[in-house]
Design a protein around this ligand. Structure first.
Ligand code: BES
Ligand code: MN
Ligand code: ZN
Length: 510
């Protein structure tokens, strides 16, 4: 799908031949003399078109336009969120195999700040998963024009939008694939193929190397499966090696049966999505390949299946993590934290400016926040503020949850340094408290995306979240002052330069 910016007014858009024309009608719409403007003014006067973003007025081959289908849609208060909603509704209404060329007119309103969201909404609404269908019918839409008076100014936003879409769609693809088409080995191959992009490199470790590293906790989760584990190390090198990277760690459980503490059958298929954290890391790296910002980012993915079998880890087993801390496995279904803890320890070697893990970690987080906001935890207030701000600006929001030490008390074990579960209460927080024990040496953030990474029911499928949030976050690091090369490695534990939150206007775009 190709997006282009055009400095065309509404009359010029109406004269263009296309399969569909979507007109975003702002509250302050000023009708010109052209026929389509007059039509809009009339519809508004009568009350057939109001400014609510959900309301559509659809037409077929109207005399006022050269387009086959025309949809008028109000953009509410004109906020980016409402524009996104309006575009999603309008595009859903004209979704058809016959719509190849779409024109979206901002009808005189400035577009610059909304372009990224519009691009994402069009992509999201027209996305189709096809990989395991015998007669794949992909997205019909191939050409999209975004028309506004300030179109030329929105070049950077367009680049950000299309790069985000490339990242989101890669994340959706891998998350949506059934577990037999997205094994740890296949994830490793997918990560390796990202190394075809300049500035990206990838290394995939197997069971032997992981054993050598002493990742006893990660290995214990994988031991019940015939599929060998993979530990994926991806690097985006956008600047000097001396500049401390942001490390992203994605939970990559390609299927979570619960292990010996097996899950109930209902909806267990959805546990193929238990690698959405990993998929989001692949997505962010893919987007960075397009945007080429001046930062360093490392992506780490511990990938394996969580299966019950004669060799599987048993409740009560004690394992030794890479950090040396021992863990009593009281519930084999709390496996995410067991793979993440070793990856977090591995992250220390990069002396990161921050490490952020992304995981479909707890059902409790779904209960707490539903599908709107991801759960966010951080031991560092500056990092927490930056993640919150990135979520808002990318319309991929999160919400901070607490990390009081008292929440960690339930993790006491009589037989190891800690247990992998506490009681049922505050389950998203106790999971985060577990992870925190492996992050003392770095500013750390944790995103529990169990509620936001995929949708259930008729619209079952991955959302590609939180690629948008993470991209905004790492790009803001490019806008933040770069530490001098010599001190960069020394001050990594707590960078002196505040993590500036800025809309990433400065990304270098090819
Ligand atoms: N992958 C699940 C979390 C999950 C469950 C995400 C449902 C989305 C929907 C995770 O591995 C898990 O099973 N967590 C347990 C932890 C419990 C045993 C402490 C949970 O949330 O029930
Ligand atoms: Mn589980
Ligand atoms: Zn899981």
């Amino acid at each position: 799908m190709n997006f282009e910016l055009k400095s065309l007014d509404l009359a010029a858009c109406a004269a263009e031949k296309c399969d569909a024309l979507v007109v975003l009608v702002p509250e302050a719409f000023a009708a010109g003399k052209d026929a389509l403007s007059q039509l809009i003014a009339q519809a508004r006067k009568i009350g057939d078109l109001d400014s609510k973003p959900g309301k559509l007025l659809q037409m077929y081959r109207p005399a006022a336009a050269a387009a086959v289908r025309v949809v008028l849609v109000g953009t509410g208060d004109g906020s980016v969120r409402q524009v996104r909603q309006a575009v999603a509704n309008a595009v859903a209404a004209i979704k058809s195999p016959a719509v190849h060329k779409l024109i979206i007119s901002f009808a005189g309103a400035p577009a610059q700040k909304a372009v990224r969201a519009v691009v994402q909404a069009v992509a999201d609404t027209t996305y189709v998963y096809t990989t395991t269908k015998s007669k794949p019918e992909g997205r019909a839409l191939s050409q999209v024009w975004l028309c506004a008076p300030d179109a030329a100014l929105a070049k950077a936003e367009l680049a950000l939008g299309t790069a985000t879409v490339a990242g989101v769609e890669l994340a959706k693809e891998w998350a949506n694939r059934p577990a037999n088409h997205a094994t740890p080995t296949m994830l490793g191959t997918a990560a390796k193929s990202l190394a075809r992009f300049p500035k990206l490199s990838c290394e995939v470790l197997g069971p032997k190397e992981v054993a050598k590293l002493g990742m006893g906790s990660f290995m214990s989760v994988a031991q019940g499966s015939k599929e060998p584990l993979r530990f994926i190390v991806l690097r985006y090198n956008g600047t000097a090696k001396t500049v401390a990277p942001t490390v992203l760690v994605g939970k990559g459980i390609t299927f979570d049966t619960g292990g010996i503490s097996i899950k109930p059958s209902a909806e267990m298929d959805e546990m193929k999505f238990d690698m959405c954290g990993a998929a989001s890391v692949l997505g962010v790296l893919r987007a960075l390949a397009d945007l080429k910002p001046v930062i360093n980012v490392v992506g780490l993915i511990p990938a394996c299946e969580n299966m019950p079998d004669g060799g599987a880890v048993k409740p009560g087993d004690v394992v030794t993590s890479m950090s040396g801390q021992t863990i009593e496995n009281l519930n084999t279904d709390a496996e995410g934290r067991l793979v993440l803890c070793d990856a977090l320890t591995y992250a220390e070697r990069f002396k990161p400016r921050a490490v952020i893990d992304i995981a479909t970690l707890t059902g409790a987080c779904v209960i707490a926040l539903g599908g709107v906001r991801s759960g966010m935890f951080s031991s560092d207030d500056t990092l927490a503020a930056a993640l919150l701000a990135a979520g808002e600006s990318a319309l991929d929001p999160c919400w901070r949850l607490p990390l009081d030490d008292e929440y960690g008390e339930g993790l006491k074990s009589n037989f190891a340094d800690m247990a992998n579960v506490a009681g049922r209460a505050g389950g998203a927080i106790t999971a985060a408290k577990f992870l925190q024990r492996f992050t003392a040496k770095m500013p750390w953030g944790h995103l529990d995306i169990a509620g936001t990474a995929w949708k259930s029911g008729a619209a079952k499928g991955a959302t590609g979240r939180p690629v948008g949030l993470l991209l905004d976050y790492v790009l803001a690091q490019a806008a933040a002052p770069v530490l001098p090369a010599k001190t960069a490695t020394k001050t990594v534990a707590k960078p002196k330069a505040p993590v500036k939150v800025a809309v990433p206007r400065k990304v270098s775009v090819k």
